[in-house]
Structures are given as C-alpha cells and as structure tokens.
Design a protein around this ligand. Structure first.
Ligand SMILES: Cc1cc2nc3c(=O)[nH]c(=O)nc-3n(C[C@H](O)[C@H](O)[C@H](O)COP(=O)(O)OP(=O)(O)OC[C@H]3O[C@@H](n4cnc5c(N)ncnc54)[C@H](O)[C@@H]3O)c2cc1C
Length: 415
C-alpha cells in the first residue's frame, strides 16, 4: 500500500490528509502542534468566495507610503524585514502591474469561488454536517475615497462573475444596525459564509482522519530528503519513509521545499486578532473593513477582530499593540462595541509575491513530492479545493481545476 506522509496539520494539511484517504491509502500526518491550533485557529473564519483580488493591485505603489505611516495602519513593515526580504517586496510590488493582477485574480477566483461547494463535498464525504454560517460577507467603507476605490476594484468581481450588491451607508446599516452612521457605503457578497470557531472545524476533521485509520505523529520534522522510492522524513529520534510526501507546513514550508530542491519566495504576512467576549453588539455576519485591514466576525465565544498585515519574520517578537489597536479601530466603525478585548493572538499567513499558493507536484518527481502551501489570506477558504485537487493528482487523476498557475517553478519577476 502507498505510504503517504503529510507534513503540517493546519487546515490545509488536515483537508489534504482526509482527501488522500479516499482511495483507502495509509496516511500519516505530522505536526509539532495540536492539529489546526496554529495559524488555522485564529483567522477571521471567512469562506471568502467573493475575495478574488490579489493583495497587490494597480495603484498600490502610490497608496503604500500613507498606509505604512499610520500608527494603527492596516500594514506595517518592520525594518529588519526590509533588509532581509527586499527581493520579496520588489516581486510583490511588481505583481501590481495590471496584466499580472488580472492573471492572479483569475487564478485566485478558480480556488475561492467554488470554495463552499468543495468544503461541503469534503465534509459530506467524511460524514460531517456543513458548519458554515451562510449570511454573506459585508465589505464596509468609512470614507468616500475608500468606497470609490472599492467600486473601481469591484470590476475584478464583475469579471469573475461573483454575485454582489452595492449598498449605500443606510442600506448597509439596515443589514447591520451596529455599524457607524458615518459609513460611506458597502459591497455585500451574499454567497460568502463564515465559520463560527475555526478550531472546532479542525478538531472535527482530525477526529474523522483518525476514525478513517489515519496516523498522527506529534513531533517536529527536522529535515526531509528525497529517496529512491520517494522521500524520507527525519523526526526527533526516528526517520519515516514515504512513497508520497506532501508539504503542507504553511509559512514554514520553504525550508522543506528547499531541501527537496525547489526553493520558493515564501514569507509570512503576520496578522493579529483580539476577542471581545461580551461585545454588546450583535453582527449577523462577518463585516470586513478593507480600509482598516481587519474583519469583525461573530463567533462562538464573542466578536473576533482579526486582520492587519505585519511584514516581519516568523521569529520576530509579537507586537501586541497591533492586536490592541484592532479594538481602537473597531470603536470607530462599531461605536457601540464594548470592551476590553482579550486573548490577543498572532498568526502567520504563508505568502508568495503573487498571492497564490503553491499547489501541485514537483516537476522532477511528479508521483512522489507534492506541495500545498502559501494560501496567504485565504487558506481557510481554499483548503478543501486545494486538498481535492492535490489528492486527484496523487491518484494519477485529472484534478478538478487547472493547477498550472500554482506550479512551484512559476516565475516571480522583479519588475
Ligand atoms: C489574522 C488572520 C486572519 C485570517 N483570516 C482568514 C479568513 O477569514 N479566511 C481565510 O480563508 N483565511 C484567513 N486567514 C489565512 C489562513 O488562516 C491561513 O491561510 C491558513 O490558516 C493557512 O493554513 P495552513 O494549514 O497552510 O498553515 P498552518 O495553519 O500554519 O499549518 C501549518 C502547520 O505546519 C506545522 N509545522 C511547520 N513546521 C513544522 C515542523 N518543522 N515540524 C512539524 N510541524 C511543522 C505547524 O505547526 C502548523 O500547524 C487569516 C490569517 C490571519 C493571520
């Protein structure tokens, strides 16, 4: 029987491991943490079927300086990142060219637009009910300039035939009365959804994985290497042999792909959350504030404010002021919000310069080495689509979507 080893048990590794069990194969999952308890636990919970823009859009270069200068701004760049990761930053900025942004939008949409259908299919197959709250997603804008820019960028949604409604501030408040009266306008995406506590989703996926005969090693992977028959995985104290190895280690994946001969420009866009356990307001759905860079999601344990981007290394110390800053920002757009925010949290979005994941097989070992990582801002959304596609590839079947845009050896031009 084919021995399949999945490195990383975040939401991408968990869904991949489950999809790989379809054929009855023996699947081993490895993680140093409890499954789903890293970055996959603390996100905003959105199944963002309507988020089809790459992060770098035309006009980025002119808006970036003002974004970086605001103390509680949506994006922060640590100087050490600039020194070490300048090539990544230049590649990211180069992606804002209109033709590249358009290509990235098409490829993002291929993964995001059908996300709920793939989630439902995977969950049904393993005997789990669909847990998503299907009340859409509201993108809310505080300033006329921000709203005007959003309407311009909404053309990407139009071209990808994503359903949406343009709302005035008053119409948005009719949907969500807790929003500030000063709201300039909003875009409502009725087909998006959210999960009310992402850790529960991972717990359920893991339980099904074990029930279907999966094995889990809770340990650190020291290194991976190619072998004649596939790959070897060096753990603390033992080495595992794999006929097929799947790298799903989120923001930590580059070390392993490098060891397998496929270096990738992967960094982390760090993000924070804070929880308001008794918010004093009752949102019906996730409200995203794109100008402020965060989302407010009604969750099982309160209102979670999650988002912002901090460009810093995996090892850099957390800056908890960024998490506290989320409560301050939220008070402007949700004036009845009650505090204080608790349990500040830091997570690591795995990000490539074109905002697309790496998804597919190693070109020189197409039956043995597989990659699924780098889902950036959309890993929860895209996990089931990715997993289903990769499992098909591993079985020698035709994947449900064309994986060419996500290949490990795609170019990342500097200009
Ligand atoms: C603030 C914030 C809000 C977000 N909101 C959303 C949202 O609303 N919707 C959405 O779709 N996405 C969202 N995201 C993005 C999403 O959370 C990520 O894309 C997703 O969690 C990535 O999943 P993953 O499985 O690839 O990585 P991870 O969850 O990071 O899992 C990787 C695993 O690999 C393990 N690992 C790494 N190295 C080793 C090693 N050497 N040995 C053993 N194990 C190892 C880690 O322990 C980890 O468990 C958000 C992210 C952040 C930070």
């Amino acid at each position: 029987m084919t021995r399949r080893v999945v490195l990383g048990a975040g939401v991408v590794g968990l869904t991949t491991a489950l999809a790989l069990q379809r054929s009855g194969a023996s699947v081993t999952l490895i993680d140093r943490l409890a499954p789903g308890s890293g970055t996959s636990s603390g996100n905003a919970g959105i199944i963002a079927t309507s988020s089809v823009h790459p992060e770098a859009l035309p006009g980025l270069l002119s808006s970036l300086p003002s974004m970086l200068l605001k103390p509680d701004g949506a994006v922060r760049l640590r100087p050490s990142f600039l020194l070490k990761r300048l090539p990544w930053l230049l590649r990211f900025l180069a992606q804002a060219r209109p033709a590249r942004a358009e290509a990235a939008s098409v490829a993002t949409s291929a993964l995001s637009k059908p996300a709920l259908r793939f989630w439902d299919g995977l969950l049904q197959e393993v005997g789990l009910p669909s847990p998503f709250v299907r009340r859409g997603l509201l993108y809310a804008y505080g300033t006329p300039q921000g709203f005007a820019a959003a309407l311009r960028d909404n053309a990407y949604r139009e071209r990808r035939t994503i359903p949406f409604e343009i709302l005035s501030g008053a119409e948005a408040r009719a949907l969500e009365p807790d929003l500030a009266p000063s709201l300039a306008g909003a875009i409502y995406a009725p087909e998006a959804a959210h999960h009310p506590w992402p850790q529960t989703l991972s717990d359920q996926l893991f339980e099904r994985f074990l029930a279907r005969g999966g094995r889990f090693h809770r340990t650190s992977v020291r290194a991976v290497a190619r072998s004649v028959k596939g790959a070897s995985v060096q753990l603390e104290g033992q080495t595992l042999a794999a006929d097929q190895l799947f790298i799903c280690a989120g923001a930590y994946s580059a070390t392993f792909t490098g060891q397998l001969g496929w270096p990738v420009p992967l960094v982390t866009e760090r993000g924070y959350h804070i929880l308001h356990p008794e918010p004093g307001i009752a949102l019906q759905r996730t409200v995203l504030f794109p100008e402020l860079g965060f989302a407010a999601t009604p969750m099982a344990e309160g209102l979670r404010l999650a988002g912002t981007v901090e460009l810093a290394s995996l090892e850099a110390a957390p800056d908890w002021r960024r998490a506290q800053g989320l409560s301050r920002q939220a008070a402007r757009v949700l004036p009845q919000l009650q505090g204080p925010g608790v349990k500040p949290w830091l997570g690591f979005r795995p990000s490539l310069p074109d905002s697309l994941p790496v998804l597919g097989a190693a070109p020189d070992a197409p039956n043995q080495l597989f990659f699924a990582f780098g889902h950036g801002h959309l890993g929860l959304t895209q996990a089931a689509v990715s997993a289903t596609s990769l499992a098909a590839l591993a079985e020698g079947e035709r994947p449900p979507l064309d994986l060419h845009p996500y290949r490990v050896n795609r170019p990342f031009p500097l200009f």
